[in-house]
Design a protein around this ligand. Structure first.
Ligand code: C2E
Ligand code: MG
Ligand code: MG
Length: 732
């Protein structure tokens, strides 16, 4: 996934979460404050409604002392006394309670006295506007009066409970609480004279004073009284004042407290801070996750790269290469072109690795990869398949272009490379196959290139070779050969031949043991063919031990002769090699002083401590060491000085060139001088002619091995030869 896409996918949800949580918080607070306001308003309305009821009760209370009173019965009922009514009802109630209207109605409910706003008025005229609204109250009082228990003086106790009825009323545009109170005795010193007593009707005005007092008492703001049902605005509280019949006469309205809104106003700053904090946290979260996502993407890409590339060289690995090859084949199938697959392998890399160490081996691989990368074109696919194996796919190839590339690769990967542990010589072998689209898949193409590589190695390395159909047959033949060699070793079909080594006087001084295998169908097979096969398929230990045992045993037949035995580098690397040799010495009871072990220069390459120790142990056991094929490998003076070698064997390639190539004479002379200087023995191998022998002798070499002085022979033949030698040179 692209990094931007992933980031976008992250931004959306994170920001959404931030904004949503802030919105939800705000909504929650708004709802909470709205509900708090509503509840506060409802409470205020209940409080005011109770307040109105309380006020009515207070009004009723204020009237009671003047009406439930023996004196009132005496002056209003028993006989009507207008002066008393004026002083004790009209004026008293106006002055003490602020009652704006006061009436005294007689037993028949006819007005007998009236006072309006502190002034006595004509009773019937003043009462007329109140009559209709007072009727219901009067009826209530009469009903209660009729249901009252008979009045009886109670000797100091109250005779009767007050009988009253109140209601809100509008008269002449003024709001009143109208209260009808029955005149009753309190101690019963006077009792009403008839069945019905007079009634005092009072009207307490709900005017400005009432409203201000109410405001103060209940801590209300903007309290107003409105006629009829009032349409209260939003956020305005109201209480309906109802007439006795239930219809709404007036409405008290005011501006209630808004505790929720007030709280919200106070909390808005902290809330905003919280919201900003939330948004900041969301942003930080977003940034953190973006960074995490980014590093995830990077590590995924790295993991992908690692899975497809080789860690040492950074080149595509086998897996990746196979994919590319398949794609190239697929494309070639569509477009009809051809592709070339080159498999290459560094020559003798294993020796470098084993002797100079893995660190140097890695260096060499890196250097090879670097050079190869420079050799390939952009359209070629280069890969490291593993170890010292590389491969290249060349698209739109022809036999000609593939050959050019292969030659360039061989040339690029040849020459000396300076490594931390010393100089190594780089060379490589290349196998090439040209695949026409339809005929092969990736596996088959690789197999063909591998076979060609194998052939290039067989032909002497440092070259390239094209795949040919017959190589399949060659491979099969090699597999058969491996199996046959295995069988031959198991069946004891291998033998040893012995080639004499002679001194300057022609006297045989030693023998070199050479393995011989006569194949049941193919006849004799050269050890230069089957020894490398044994080395490659893991049979060399068995072959080496066979040759050593046979040579040890046979050497007992010729006690006067030194026995030389070839040791492969693979054998020296075996962990229990020394123990097995010691065991063999004990078993065959031979004297190691008479045995010479031939090793090649490759064994000495690098300063491998194990090889060093193994050679030292062999010397301590009494064996002497000869350096075989000297001059063909990594001849180094320092190796000769460091390793406990006793003798140098001049390779037969120099001997063969003696007299033909002046350089060969010089090289041989130099080798002989070197050996003398280092106090080493010297022998020349492959001496075929007398001329060669003479030249060697004049260079200072006095020991020879070759067809001139004796071909490899059977033990029986050596028996005969040795008898002759013993005759000619009797043992001292
Ligand atoms: P090498 O150790 O250098 O043995 C000498 C080779 O030169 C032998 O070849 C021998 O037959 C050949 N030779 C001797 N004199 C002449 C001559 O005058 N002219 C020519 N053209 N050749 C001559 P061979 O027996 O075919 O052995 C080849 C190689 O196989 C040996 O080379 C040695 O490296 C290896 N080998 C043979 N036997 C054994 C063995 O038992 N163990 C191991 N590890 N390697 C062996
Ligand atoms: Mg040899
Ligand atoms: Mg040799």
């Amino acid at each position: 996934m692209k990094s931007e896409t992933l980031q976008l996918r992250l931004v959306g949800p994170t920001l959404l979460v931030g904004v949503l949580s802030a919105a939800v918080l705000m909504l929650f607070l708004l709802t909470l404050s709205g509900r708090a306001d509503m509840e506060a308003q409802a409470r205020e309305e209940r409080l005011v409604a109770n307040g109105v009821a309380g006020r009515i009760a207070e009004i009723e209370h204020a009237v009671t002392p003047q009406t439930v009173w023996d004196d009132a019965v005496a002056h209003l009922d028993n006989a009507f006394d207008p002066a008393w009514a004026r002083a004790n009802i009209g004026q008293f109630l106006w002055q003490t309670g602020g009652f704006a209207a006061t009436f005294v109605l007689d037993a028949a409910a006819q007005p007998r006295f009236a006072m309006i706003d502190g002034a006595e008025a004509s009773a019937s005229a003043a009462f007329a506007p109140f009559a209709a609204q007072a009727a219901g109250l009067i009826a209530d009082v009469r009903a209660a009066e009729a249901g009252r228990a008979p009045l009886r003086p109670a000797g100091g106790a109250m005779v009767a409970a007050p009988i009253q009825s109140s209601a809100v009323a509008v008269v002449g545009g003024r709001f009143f609480v109208l209260t009808a109170t029955l005149v009753q005795p309190d101690f019963g010193s006077r009792l009403p004279k008839g069945a019905t007593a007079p009634i005092v009707l009072t009207g307490a005005e709900l005017g400005g004073d009432f409203l201000r007092a109410f405001e103060r008492r209940f801590l209300l703001r903007n309290l107003g009284l409105h006629a009829g049902a009032f349409d209260a605005g939003p956020g305005e509280a109201h209480v309906a004042l109802r007439a006795r019949g239930g219809e709404v006469l007036a409405t008290l309205a005011w501006a209630p407290e808004h505790p929720g809104a007030a709280m919200l106003r106070q909390a808005i700053v902290p809330i905003m801070l919280v919201v900003i904090g939330l948004v900041a946290i969301s942003y930080l979260l977003f940034r953190g996750s973006r960074r995490m996502a980014h590093s995830l993407i990077v590590s995924e890409a790295r993991a992908m790269h690692l899975a497809q590339h080789d860690a040492l060289t950074g080149l595509p690995n086998r897996l990746h290469f196979t994919e590319r090859l398949s794609h190239a084949l697929e494309r070639a199938r569509r477009t009809g072109g051809e592709i070339a697959v080159l498999c290459l392998d560094l020559d003798r890399f294993k020796e470098v690795n084993d002797t100079l160490g893995h660190h140097c081996g890695d260096e060499l691989i890196r250097e090879a990869a670097r050079r190869l990368a420079m050799t390939c074109r952009a359209s070629d696919s280069l890969a490291r398949l593993g170890g010292d194996e590389f491969a290249i796919v060349q698209t739109d190839a022809t036999a000609h272009s593939a050959a050019i590339l292969a030659r360039r690769v061989v040339e690029t990967l040849s020459g000396a490379v300076e490594l931390p542990a010393g100089r190594a010589f780089l060379s490589c072998s290349v196998g090439v196959t040209l695949v026409a689209s339809a005929e092969a898949d990736a596996t088959e193409a690789m197999r063909q290139a591998d076979l060609a590589l194998y052939r290039a190695k067989e032909r002497g390395r440092a070259q390239f070779c094209f795949f040919e159909v017959e190589m399949d047959a060659a491979l099969r033949a090699r597999r058969v050969l491996e199996q046959d060699l295995r069988d031959a070793l198991a069946n004891g079909d291998l033998e040893l031949a012995y080639q004499p080594q002679v001194n300057a006087r022609g006297v045989v001084t030693g023998l070199e043991a050479l393995a011989r295998w006569t194949h049941p169908r193919r006849g004799p097979i050269s050890p230069s063919v089957f020894v490398p096969v044994a080395e490659e398929c893991g049979l060399i230990e068995q072959l080496g031990m066979f040759a050593m045992r046979r040579a040890f045993l046979d050497s007992r037949r010729w006690p006067n002769l030194r026995m030389s035995i070839n040791i492969s580098a693979h054998q020296l690397r075996m962990r229990d090699f020394i123990e097995r040799v010691a065991e063999l010495v004990r078993e065959t009871s031979i004297d190691p002083m008479r045995i010479e072990l031939e090793i090649t220069e490759g064994v000495l390459l690098g300063d491998d401590p194990e090889t060093h120790a193994a050679l030292q142990r062999l010397r301590q056991m009494g064996f002497s060491l000869a350096l075989d094929d000297f001059g063909t490998g990594y001849s180094s003076l320092s190796y000769l000085r460091r390793f406990p070698v006793n003798k140098i064997k001049i390779d037969r390639s120099f001997v063969a060139s003696l007299g033909l190539d002046s350089e060969a004479d010089a090289v041989v002379a130099a080798i002989v001088k070197l050996a003398r200087a280092l106090n080493l023995g010297i022998i020349a191998e492959g001496v075929e002619t007398n001329a060669q022998r003479k030249r060697l002798m004049s260079a200072g070499c006095d020991e020879f091995q070759g067809f001139l002085t004796g071909r490899p022979a059977t033990a029986a033949e050596i028996d005969a030869l040795n008898a002759a030698v013993c005759e000619a040179v009797p043992a001292a």
